[in-house]
Structures are given as C-alpha cells and as structure tokens.
Write a protein that binds this ligand. Structure first.
Ligand code: VGL
Ligand code: ZN
Length: 196
C-alpha cells in the first residue's frame, strides 16, 4: 500500500464515498462488520479534500420498498436502505460538507445495481468538473465499492482505493480480500493518507 501525503492531492482529484449508511453499520439491517470504523477515517479524508477545494461525492443505496435484491421478493439481501427511511440515512457522525454531492442509486425496483455509476449522472458530473482521479472509500468493499471502482476505471478515471476506509460484507470469508485484489489487478492503486 502506498502512503499518500495530503500535500500530493491536486486539482482533478475527487473523493467518492460509497454507501456509508445506517443499515450497513453494526445494528443495521445489512450490517457490515466494523462498518462504523470507516467514519472517522473518512472524516479526515473529507477534511483534506474540502480544505483544498476538491469535490466530495457520496453515493447512497436508495432502494424502493419492493426492490428485487430483497429476500422477500426472491433476492439475496434483507431489506435495507429503503429510500427515505432511517436506515438509508448517512452514518451519524459522517461529516459531509454542505457542498458534497449525493448520488442516489439502485432506485429501480426490478434492477439490481451496485455501482455508483449505474444509471446515475456520477460520471457526467465528474467529467464536467475536470475530475481525473477518484479516491474511493466506504461500504462495502466486496459489492458497491468493487463495482464503483470497476466502473470508474472503465470511465477512464484513475482510481485510488482508500484501503483504511473500506470494510467488506464477507458473505463468504475472504470476499473482501479477493475484491481488493481484483480492484488492484484492474488498475486501482491501494493507498492510505499519511500524516501531514
Ligand atoms: C451493498 C449489498 C446490497 C453495498 C448494497 O453498498 O455494498 N451491498 N446493497
Ligand atoms: Zn442494496
């Protein structure tokens, strides 16, 4: 993993925070083990980006109540992140700046979507403001982070994976580790922000 100094952040960099929502935290309906541990780490990243005038994006899983990914409807997940419910709120303590852009995703009942780029305007928004490189962290490593990173690379962005700011669902043990290796093999660089 590469230690990345905050001073190396530059114009064209953006922070993309994936699905840091209550339902993915311990106690939530689709809890990610240690999911809450990403919050203070991301707050530090948010501060470094915001302070430099670099844009911050936050995706959120924003499902209709009858989303196809829910077990009751034959899907594989317990109902989670239903639009407008408490479980879909951002993690308490996540200090998103007022200028952060929210990207709601997976809003179509009959279509599953893990990536923040899937049927959203995230790519267009990033390109429109000259973003070249995205720093990605959040939940969960093996689903929405993985798919968001894959699409970011396909869209031509450089991708830095914030290794200390992700956690995995690990439906099968090792899923998170495998996802990290896959992201690296596709071209994402695993980094963490060093001390200033
Ligand atoms: C996610 C499972 C179901 C995620 C979303 O944000 O990684 N995982 N829906
Ligand atoms: Zn979901």
């Amino acid at each position: 993993m590469i230690e990345f100094e905050p001073g190396q952040l530059q114009e064209g960099d953006a922070l993309v925070i994936v699905d840091v929502q209550k339902d993915f935290l311990p106690g939530g309906s689709l809890a990610v083990s240690e999911g809450d541990a990403v919050v203070p780490v991301l707050n530090r990243y948010i501060g470094e980006f915001h302070q430099r005038g670099l844009p911050v994006y936050a995706t959120r899983d924003w499902h209709p109540p009858d989303h196809c990914s829910f077990r009751e409807q034959g899907g594989i997940w317990p109902p989670h992140c239903i639009a407008g419910t408490e479980g879909a709120e951002y993690a308490p303590g996540l200090r998103l700046p007022a200028t952060a852009v929210t990207i709601s995703k997976a809003t179509t009942p009959e279509k599953d979507a893990y990536s923040g780029f899937d049927d959203t305007d995230l790519a267009a928004r990033l390109h429109a403001v000259g973003v070249k490189r995205v720093f990605v962290g959040g939940l969960a490593t093996d689903y929405c982070v993985l798919n968001t990173v894959r699409d970011a690379l396909n869209e031509g962005f450089g991708v830095m994976l914030l290794r200390d700011a992700v956690r995995a669902v690990d439906v099968q043990p090792g899923d998170g580790d495998r996802a990290e290796r896959e992201m690296e093999s596709l071209g994402a660089r695993p980094v963490k922000l060093g001390a200033r």
